[in-house]
Design a protein around this ligand. Structure first.
Ligand code: SF4
Length: 809
């Protein structure tokens, strides 16, 4: 059978081939393969340069959106800062436009210093540290050659990575399992270090050299050990990511594995040694002397040639590459025969990988054990392609707590903005690959601009409705064509001001440039040519052949730019009334605003912004950092204020202009709560995704699913805060407005407090969700103690009995 070549996406680059520890479980120095003895200690300049060139060419040839390079060893820090800086620079410079570099280093931590961390910060290198658990666990193997413990040095290294200034560099911990260590103590020792992720690694072994199975620990000690960790991890609310456990969850639901040691995904990893030779996975060093060798090297062979090497190809065959026992196994989709190296058995000198894993019984018990525990579906992240989900960098505990209390300051909301931008990029890349767009001019231009003019690309991809379109497209919406990709590329090109020319389809009689505006061409269909110019100037050649200077020349009434309102304090809000993708909210959008409506919106938004700054400054900070777009909606039924956020349109709220600026401020604050919470839910599970229970939401007559209850509660924190400030402003004053404010405050504080307790008691919240509920409670509780006149409480009671909230909820 002929198989198409699968590109490598992960490159393990040995930058130093010696180590300052002498761990007795190390697969490099303590197993069958001894090739390290003949290799240079440090990777040379020529090898680095050639490796970068090969990887860059491979990424360009296969249109890779991202490659991961892991700087490895031996101990890579022994290579020294200059060599590591050079490596980062070489790899980054060699990648083609549109291909991101995920650069990491795996270290034992002994030499990690602030100077190294500064370097990694500048070069964007994330750090994984090897640590086997508490001191007793770590000392069992991870010692210096003279027998000294390395534990204090490793803790010091992790301490550095946990400092606020370096925390973003902390990729996680790598823990090699020893079943004689106490699994709960190991879990707890690692959890104490707050790693974003922990990889639990089975010790390397083959059928010739089976893993130790101490007497008294049963027949599947590795499964039992991992399941004990799993139970502790669950009990603690999954404090960090564990690829092994998450891969079992995912593969049981038909999704891909996250680790090469489980599942049927083809191997996409190659190792480069310090002398420039290519090798297969390091784990093969445990099989026999020379097992990982390919005989290929970076100076003579391309990465495509390496991918065709029989040893590599064997690791890309999925089910076809497994022996008969595995192929017939009921858990093969989750297990995949385990790590390739663990299947090795020498048979009369020949040797074969056509066996189940030497950990077979353990793997089966682990997978069934996790299944028996009733794992939830994978939750956070956004779907991209073929069941993949992308979860961008998360929030710190402080940021989560800030958001939980209802608001979230500038840096917290900016973290959400960054994560949403990363998701939009990933979704666009998925649109490209699922739509067979290898040679798309629009994509190529976007990718090139991403490197040459990243601010221009960020501006268009940060447009809320770019993601809304990508989500529709990925969900298979037949109405979501590929036109918007060209529109995004054209808008980015105009912003970049380089003179690029882009063909853009005419839709609904207009040419659309997201974030900029639309040009009404009259023709129902066809293609227009957009040519950028200096500054923001550009020309349009219509399908009829007319060339119009649209911006940077005399005003043409057919050009309808996006109008921007600039309330005080440097905030710019787009009033989006041209982009066809804006129709993403649950209410119909308004048409292009006429001058009178525009003036009314402009005045209303300025006043609303002033009110938010003055009365709800904590909420205003987040709004300024994350709300970019207000989309006017059509007016709702008489007496009803209409507003909506859209789950796939971060940064936008839809509002039908209300009668007064204070209500506009209320609607902005209310809807932006949904926007923020949606972005948090893209980063983490706050509740059990399998929960189908409907919960009573105090403000609604119909019961709601858990996410609906959570969203409503969170939005009503802002609503209650708003009425609280109105109550304070009217303190002691008579009049209808004052009484209304007090009654609303009485009503919403009660509703919100009740809903927080319903969430907390639902049994559905994860540990992060419970923490979030605690934060909301912290905000609500003091409101309950604010004394209010009896009339206000009475009005609230009446509204409550009628389940008739007086504002949109
Ligand atoms: S190694 Fe064992 S558990 Fe895994 S697929 Fe093969 S037979 Fe099944």
């Amino acid at each position: 059978m002929t198989r198409s070549l699968l590109p490598f996406t992960q490159f393990v680059v040995k930058v130093h081939s010696r180590c300052d520890l002498a761990c007795d479980h190390c697969y490099v120095y303590e197993h069958a393969d001894t090739s390290w003895r003949a290799r240079p200690k440090v990777i040379g300049d020529e090898v680095l340069a050639k490796a970068a060139e090969r990887i860059g060419a491979h990424a360009a040839e296969h249109g890779l959106a991202v490659v991961r390079v892991v700087l490895h060893g031996g101990e890579p820090l022994l290579a020294g800062p200059d060599r590591l800086r050079r490596a980062a620079g070489e790899f980054r410079a060699a990648l083609p436009p549109g291909c991101a570099l995920d650069l990491r280093i795996h270290t034992n931590g002994v030499l990690l210093s602030p100077a190294f961390c500064e370097l990694f910060d500048r070069e964007g290198i994330k750090v994984g540290v090897s640590l086997d658990g508490d001191r007793a666990a770590n000392d069992r193997h991870r010692r210096f050659a003279d027998g000294r413990s390395s534990h204090p040095q490793v803790l010091r290294a992790v301490g550095l990575l946990r400092r606020p200034e370096y925390r973003h560099l902390y990729a996680g911990l790598l823990c090699t399992i020893d079943v004689e260590n106490d699994p709960v103590a190991v879990h707890d020792a690692l959890a104490e270090l707050e790693p974003p992720a922990v990889d639990f690694l089975l010790p390397h072994a083959t059928w010739d050299q089976p893993p130790k199975r101490p007497a008294g620990l049963g027949s599947t000690p590795y499964a039992d050990w991992l399941l004990a960790v799993y139970d502790r991890w669950e009990e603690a609310g999954r404090p960090f990511a564990v690829r092994t456990f998450e891969s079992v969850h995912r593969t049981r639901h038909g999704l891909s594995s996250l680790t090469e040691s489980l599942g049927l995904e083809p191997a996409a990893l190659v190792v480069l040694e310090t002398d420039g030779s290519f090798e297969q996975a390091d784990s093969l060093k445990t099989a026999y002397d020379g097992a990982p060798a390919t005989g290929l090297d970076v100076f003579t062979h391309s990465l495509d040639e390496v991918a065709r090497h029989p040893g590599m190809a064997a690791r890309q065959l999925g089910l076809d590459g497994l022996g008969a026992t595995c192929r017939a196994c009921p858990v093969v989709r989750s297990c995949g025969g385990g790590l390739y190296a663990h299947r090795y058995r020498s048979e009369g000198g020949g040797g074969s990988f056509d066996n189940p894993s030497v950990f077979c019984g353990d793997l089966m018990t682990l997978i069934n054990g996790i299944a028996d525990r009733g794992e939830p579906l994978p939750g956070p992240g956004v779907p991209t392609q073929a069941g993949e989900r992308v979860v961008p960098a998360g929030l710190t505990d402080r940021q989560l707590d800030e958001l939980a209390r209802g608001h979230g300051g500038t840096d917290t909301v900016r973290a959400l903005v960054r994560s949403q931008l990363a998701l939009t990029r990933a979704m666009l890349a998925a649109v490209r690959s699922t739509s067979g767009l290898r040679s798309s001019a629009a994509w190529d231009l976007l990718a090139e601009l991403d490197s040459a003019a990243p601010a221009a690309v960020d501006a268009v991809l940060g447009h809320p409705y770019a993601r809304a379109w990508a989500a529709r497209r990925l969900a298979g919406d037949p109405a979501a064509g590929l036109g918007p990709l060209a529109e995004l590329a054209a808008a980015a090109a105009v912003r970049a001001g380089r003179g690029d020319q882009v063909a853009v389809p005419v839709r609904a009689g207009a040419l659309h440039l997201p974030t900029l505006g639309r040009f009404v061409v009259g023709a129902a269909a066809g293609e227009a040519l957009v040519t950028g110019g200096a500054g923001a100037g550009f020309t349009v050649r219509t399908p009829d052949g007319e060339t119009v200077t649209v911006a940077g020349g005399p005003a043409d009434p057919r050009w309808q730019p996006v109008r921007r309102i600039r309330p005080a304090g440097g905030w710019t809000l787009a009033l989006e009334d041209t982009d066809p993708q804006r129709d993403s909210h649950q209410w119909p959008v308004a048409d292009r605003l006429d001058d009178a409506e525009l003036m009314a919106w402009s005045g209303g938004l300025r006043e609303a912004a002033e009110l938010l700054d003055r009365d709800l400054p904590a909420y205003a900070q987040g709004l300024r950092a994350g709300l970019t777009t207000v989309t006017p909606l059509r007016a709702g039924p008489p007496g009803r204020d209409v507003s909506a956020a859209a789950r796939q349109a971060f940064g936008a709220v839809g509002i039908a202009r209300p009668a007064t600026a204070p209500i506009l401020a209320l609607l902005l604050a209310h809807e932006f709560q949904h926007v923020k919470l949606g972005a948090v839910l893209d980063l983490m599970d706050l509740y059990d995704q399998t929960d189908t229970t409907l919960y009573d939401a105090p403000w609604r007559p119909d019961p709601r699913p858990i996410e609906g209850l959570l969203q409503g509660t969170y939005a009503h924190l802002a609503v209650t805060a708003f009425w609280g400030t109105r109550t304070a402003i009217y303190d002691g004053l008579p009049g209808v407005a004052a009484e209304h404010a007090r009654a609303q405050f009485a009503l919403w504080r009660r509703y919100t407090a009740e809903a927080v307790e319903r969430l907390a008691g639902s049994g559905s919240l994860t540990a992060a969700g419970l923490r979030f509920a605690d934060g909301m409670r912290e905000t609500v509780s003091p409101w309950l103690a604010v004394p209010l006149p009896r009339a206000a409480e009475q009005a609230a009671r009446e509204a409550r009995e009628a389940r008739r909230p007086a504002t949109a909820g």
